[in-house]
Design a protein around this ligand. Sequence first.
Ligand code: PLP
Length: 477
Amino acid sequence: MTILDPSTRSTAQQIREALATLRAADLPTHGGRTLSYVYDSGIAEADAIGREAVAAFGATNGLDPTAFPSLTAMETDLVGIARELLHGPEASVGVATSGGTESLILAVLAARESRPDVEAPRLVAPSTVHAAIHKAGHLLGVALDLVPVVPGSYRADPAAMASAITDDTVLVVASAPSYAHGVVDPVEPVAAAAAQRGVRCHVDACIGGWVLPFLDGVSPWDFAVPGVTSVSVDLHKYAYAPKGVSLLLHRDPDLRRGHFFAAADWPGYTVLNTTLQSTKSGGPLAAAWAVVHAIGLDRYAELAVVARAATQEVADAVAAIDGLEVVVPPDSTLLALRTDGSCDVFTIADEMKDRGWLVQPQMGFAGEAATLHLSLCAATAPGVPDLVADLAAATGQARGRGPVQVDPQLAAAAGQIDPSGLDDATLDGLLAIAGLGGEGGAVTLPDRMAEVNALLDAAPPRLREALLTAVLDRLTR
Ligand SMILES: Cc1ncc(COP(=O)(O)O)c(C=O)c1O
């Protein structure tokens, strides 16, 4: 869609209007009703100074720290703050990355590079580990040994993880907390098992690392735990910074070296990178630095407690909603909800959307039914009574409709399809069957997604990946 003519200049006013039109189709980033993707502190001054910093540093380039020392100064300051929060020892070091996925890729890269003796490197992680670890393994040629979590607790099984470690294991991963269920893995025994085999242990605290340090009663999960070699924490999540910044901390500089990159053997400047990006805008880093100082650790502590209390309040209230339940008591500010089978989560998600909330459907996994994901932030807290009332009403509506029925023949057929190498025409046909087909191979996303989601849920994960990749492909043609 082109809404401005690129052959001639547009006025600032036209551009503002076009941007406003584009944004109007998006989910709200503020107000606390979008319960995934975005995080709102509710502190307008912090947002304002973050925007100012993005604007002021957007054109700076983190490619060369000697040209833009401001960026190194801010990065080092943020790493120092995180080190205090995460009980990092004096020797610990870190980098700022573009997000959680990049932090995890770098943790896997550094681990792989530290073991040139291993020909076919592998990593051990609980089955609930974030998919970004799958991506890291895929990109870096590190095979994943995913170990089922303990049934009912949804936390890593340390003994099973210990048994999964082999001579080829270069990294063990745990989550604090996991995205899908919001529970903290037992990091102590997992890290001990890794250390015993001389293997690194990364804690993915991308979503919890700026919340858990302020909560009581959380089992140890950071550098205070012996054997934890690196921790990732995203500033663009619960540090409430604009998008584009995560931190990856290592217990000592040696552990970090493997993700540094240098290339002098070409005719241009010597490329020296600490992260995946080479040229990188200083905007997100400066914004994160500004927001972290605008909020301050004392207020982060308050925000974390507020978001945690809101999460608990929702969890308690869900217990009184017929047909809906919490999958596992949460350790942090994330909730997974499921139904008792009298309705399905996909209809509830649609009903919530009609009421102005985004709750994120999570497909069934390992024999467990689909769930709804809610990440609660500080700005959601004042709206908890409305959230609970709307969840009750949405579940009531969904129960009235009953579970979405997927044609059993269609579900059986989906199980037979080999998702590898499906051509475009077949994918178009499958998307049409799934209710996503549009004119001339385009994609239309229906307003109500329950039927589509139920069908996707019935499809094996590999087919779901192929179909949704086809959707993405068609949306971006
Ligand atoms: C635990 C965890 N790890 C990694 C990620 C990936 O982070 P990003 O989306 O910033 O790449 C997320 C995102 O939600 C997460 O929750």
